[in-house]
Design a protein around this ligand. Sequence first.
Ligand SMILES: Cc1ncc(COP(=O)(O)O)c(C=O)c1O
Length: 385
Amino acid sequence: MIASGQPFHAVNSGKIRALHMPSALTHIPLLDVCRQTAAIRPQLDRAIAAVLDHGQFINGPEVKALEERIAAFCGVSHAIACANGSDAILLTLMALGVGHGHKVITTPFTFFATAGSIARLGAEPLFVDIDPVTFNIDPAAIAACLEGLSPADRASVRAILPVHLFGQCADMDAINTIAARHGIPVIEDAAQAIGAEYKGRRAGALALCACFSFFPSKNLGGMGDGGMITTNDAALAAKLRILREHGSEARYYHAVVGINSRLDTLQAAILLVKMDYLEEWTQARQHHAAIYNQALSRPPVAGHVYNQYTVTAEGRDHLKQRLADAGVSTAIYYPVPLHLQQCFASLGYRPGDLPHSEKAAATVLSLPVEHSLTDEEIKTVASLL
Ligand SMILES: Cc1ncc(COP(=O)(O)O)c(C=O)c1O
């Protein structure tokens, strides 16, 4: 099993196997990739064999097919595959010309890649607080942040990057309205939210463009890394296609400096197989979440795809230990808000600056919810709560 959210970065292949060690005790994993694979093994074997047979390991036909499939799924006209979700954000910011001297407004309560991609380009993440109920960036905090900046600093804000955390869309209407007032583009970090809905539209179609991850713990997870950018903007899509191939449209001619960030054909083939099951798997996650909601007397949340089912508890660490003692794996996404990460110390944030994010980091706990778990397993966890 793997922990999810982003976190397999810390839990890699050796430990994945370890989680499948037979045990006489109850073991309810957060995510069991081997169980997922076993359920569709023949289809995966056929898809992988087809790639081995045609041999187009780079930019093979499955990559284009997946791009078309994801674009249609999200309801947009363009999808551009890339190597991972972090690169999807990086490429998007590069395409928008974000660099030194620029700022990007984002949430501190997210996986590191959201802000890391901003910082890698020499730009500054401008962290604003979250809504304590949804854990998503608070539009009022974005507006207050922009209004509090000097005209020069406001002009240096080149993007707003909300995250659809845990599979629930941020309040995109409010965010888009504020962004439009200031003429700032909005990028969705939809890494955890494929299939999530907001007012009848899907994540990926809610802003200028959106970034997805196919990290194995995601609702649509590959067997390795993968990413995708969706947009309705043809010019932006064309730029992104060039940037992901070292800035070259015609081979060996480089109009701009890009990076090498392509999705492997093998991953695309695997993801195409999994696309056939995505809606069914999403419904299973939602069903599991409904079991928890009932047990905890929590209201249903429309459009949530539950990449994580996350609760808060004052005695979070104690709860985590008690669940572990009962054989239930849980995870803390995320223990340190990004404004307090050591690598961002030079930005000058202090504990207490973004209290809702800090409180969330101290109290959240994500429970097993993924599709291959059984109702019985979920009910066992719910009864322990
Ligand atoms: C919110 C968020 N943004 C970005 C990423 C980066 O994606 P990847 O791990 O594919 O680089 C992830 C996932 O890991 C994520 O959860």
